[in-house]
Design a protein. Structure first.
Length: 114
């Protein structure tokens, strides 16, 4: 199973970006998909998973899933410089072995300029 994230980039403060993450491989069932982020020197933090959002992004970010495409999206609006981070896709997937496992994508850089 692999997670491939895309959609990061450089944007000015107040702008928008949409991240995508597609799961591929021997997937029986995707239990959960979400997004985390990390800046150098800090721990990785939850951005949005299921219906849960970090307080810092509530009202600005929206997570959604397309189950038919095994894809999760993160629509990010009203971006702020403090949103600058590497964004990681995360998923709990039951694979062909029958057991749920936790997977991480490689990350996509989001940079918000002031």
């Amino acid at each position: 199973v692999q997670l491939q994230a895309s959609g990061g980039g450089l944007v000015q403060a107040g702008g928008s970006l949409r991240l995508s993450c597609v799961a591929s491989g021997s997937i029986l069932r995707i239990e959960l998909m979400g997004w985390y982020r990390q800046v150098p020197g800090k721990q990785r933090e939850l951005v949005a998973v299921g219906t849960n959002y970090a307080d810092s992004v509530k009202g600005r970010f929206t997570i959604s899933r397309d189950n038919a495409k095994d894809t999760v999206y993160l629509q990010m609006n009203s971006l702020k410089p403090e949103d600058t981070a590497v964004y990681y896709c995360n998923a709990v997937i039951t694979d062909s072995g029958g057991y749920p496992r936790n997977y991480w994508g490689e990350g996509t850089q989001v940079t918000v300029s002031s």
